[in-house]
Design a protein. Sequence first.
Length: 83
Amino acid sequence: MSITLSIPPAIVQEIREWAEENGTSLNQYVRDCLEAKCIELAKARKTRGRQFIEFAKSHQVKVPEGWKWSREEATERKMRCLA
């Protein structure tokens, strides 16, 4: 996929020079930065997922046997997560 970015020329030149000195290209540098951010975001999502699972396991609600949610109770959104 190709995209167009608007970056000030001075920044582009600085990064181009840095990239050349480090054996890469401006395009590869941008791809690497975007990929690193995607990995960071994926890890954060997994961490939040693990936090939710731990919270759910540690906050089990005991209800009487045979008790069923009413339609109104099932659609209420009063859950609060204490992080």
